[in-house]
Design a protein around this ligand. Structure first.
Ligand code: MN
Length: 533
């Protein structure tokens, strides 16, 4: 197939096209990328939105012509798959892999399922497209050979409904099914893996050049050299970490007893928080944090500390709560950097409890929290059954959320929100969903406030959805033997027979994060609205 030269007619078309387009929204060099050079890109993105589909996109005239193919492109020459012609996408989207927030156009997750170049068979692909009969060759990693996009000339056919088929050629393969090859050619990951730990978020309501935002934290975990320096300190010393000289004290003090007898020390706590900080700070950014301190170890009673201590170093971020009553805490810490987490760990702050709102709009929470609080008679299987009902409820409402262990006996479900609801609205919604869930398993649930009156049953606690009320942060340590951690989970991990609510500890979570990523990452930035029951 010869490359198509830019004909005069095409130049006219492009002029019209350029005049129609708003180039403040399409920052690619206008008119420079004309026609088909013979090296134009194609991409197929596997997109789990309201329904799973594959988006076939062909680069032409500086945009991506796009068809949504529910059954996906195939090499099987006997298949004729429906392809819905959808709006052009900006070139910036060609390599996009990540998540699109729920509630935005195309909300869901996307992988680059195949990519390469496309080559029209006809001299002028514009004419072929107008005629509704485009023959082209693909040179991708999965797809190859000759394809046809054809618009049936049936009177009742929808104008946007085309068919995609593969010709019988050397690349054709009978019974080739796209779902047998679901992984990304960009990352090797599946949609599920990308959703669990996306590198990018696409905001289709923004100009294309600004639409993609990275979720990868800029802060880095400590290097092996830094960790060796921490280990080399005596019982006290100065650790250079994350741009700060941190004075660390009582490093060998035992904070958590263990079954094996080798107690976990404050050094171990500091090391843990330094390692998980790049992930954990995502849940602390711009949020006041209440801490529970256990300076004498988890075996001794701890206490709440909300007030930013006066001796805290200047570089620790503080925030004044203007609406605080006179007797209440005025100044809070916002420990949203790795150095701040290390400073707090040295201060004996075992537990971190971030507010569910950020200081940008402290009266509008961005998380709705469900807390399954087990009673004395509640088994972990009961907790899991209740957690699964939360999943069913969220699915029914078309909303996303994920579970996390409490690090003690319970499970929580965190649901991200757009910052547009008051605490009262959020709490009322959580209560209504919780009551619907409770009605499914009344034998397990008590709505009594007092523990004595609950008869050992679990409580679905919606009351934490209030200003300055908190649940323990993702990846926070709990003050118990073995130093268990509150760990975000994938929903299907609830079915893992080895799962225990306090099974992950400061010894095992770093390895988990390094191998499976952070299941809550896909929730970050989701601007969800509260769906009424
Ligand atoms: Mn799509």
């Amino acid at each position: 197939m010869p490359p198509v030269s830019t004909s005069e007619r095409e130049a006219d078309r492009l002029a019209t096209y350029n005049a129609k387009r708003d180039f403040t929204r399409t920052p690619e060099p206008s008119g420079e990328r004309t026609g088909v050079s013979g090296q134009n890109r194609f991409v197929v993105q596997r997109h789990r939105a309201r329904r799973l589909h594959y988006d076939l996109r062909l680069e032409l005239d500086g945009v991506l012509l796009s068809w949504a193919v529910p059954k996906g492109p195939t090499l099987d020459p006997s298949a004729r798959h429906i392809a819905i012609h959808v709006e052009d996408h900006p070139l910036e989207y060609v390599d996009f892999e990540g998540i699109i927030p729920t509630g935005e156009y195309g909300g869901g997750d996307v992988v680059v399922w195949d990519r390469g170049t496309w080559h029209p068979v006809d001299e002028d692909p514009h004419t072929a497209l107008e005629a509704g009969n485009l023959h082209f060759d693909l040179r991708g990693e999965k797809l190859a050979g000759r394809f046809v996009l054809i618009r049936p000339r049936r009177r009742d056919a929808h104008q946007d409904q085309w068919l995609l088929l593969h010709k019988k050629d050397d690349h054709a393969q009978a019974d080739w099914v796209p779902e047998d090859h679901p992984w990304s050619v960009k990352s090797g990951r599946t949609n599920e893996e990308v959703a669990a730990n996306p590198a990018s978020v696409w905001h289709s309501d923004r100009p294309p050049a600004e639409a993609e935002s990275s979720t990868v934290s800029e802060s880095a975990s400590p290097t092996s050299v830094e960790l060796a320096e921490l280990d080399a300190l005596g019982s006290r010393g100065t650790w250079r970490f994350a741009g700060h000289d941190l004075t660390l004290t009582n490093l060998d003090k035992s904070l958590f007893p263990t079954r094996t007898g080798d107690d976990l020390t404050k050094r171990d706590l500091i090391r843990y928080y330094a390692i998980v900080a790049p992930t954990m700070v995502r849940y602390l950014v711009d949020r006041p944090v209440n801490t529970q301190r256990f300076p004498n170890g988890a075996q001794e009673p701890g206490f709440w500390q909300k007030q930013a201590p006066s001796h805290a170093p200047k570089w620790l971020r503080r925030w004044h709560y203007d609406a605080a009553e006179t007797e209440r805490t005025q100044w809070y810490l916002i420990p949203d950097t790795p150095a701040a987490l290390v400073w707090l760990a040295n201060y004996g702050a075992v537990e971190l409890h971030p507010w569910t709102s950020s200081v940008d709009d402290v009266d509008r929470p961005t998380w709705a929290l469900f807390d399954i609080d087990p009673g004395t008679e509640t088994s972990f299987d009961d907790v899991l059954a209740l957690a699964r009902l939360h999943k069913a409820a969220l699915d029914h409402l078309g909303m996303q959320g994920r579970p996390k262990t409490s690090g003690q006996r319970g499970i929580q479900v965190w649901v991200p929100l757009a910052p547009r609801y008051t605490y009262e609205e959020t709490r009322a919604w959580v209560e209504s969903v919780s009551r619907a869930i409770g009605n499914n398993m009344p034998e397990l649930i008590s709505w009594e406030w007092s523990k004595q009156r609950r008869g050992g049953r679990a409580r679905l606690d919606y009351t934490q959805n209030a200003i300055n009320k908190t649940l323990v942060a993702p990846y926070s340590v709990r003050p118990r033997p073995e130093a268990p951690v509150s760990v975000p989970l994938e929903w299907d991990e609830l079915d893992d027979p080895a799962l225990e609510p306090d099974g992950w500890t400061i010894r095992t979570v770093p390895e988990r994060l390094a191998t499976t990523g952070d299941p809550f990452a896909g929730l970050l930035g989701l601007q969800q609205t509260l769906s009424p029951l």
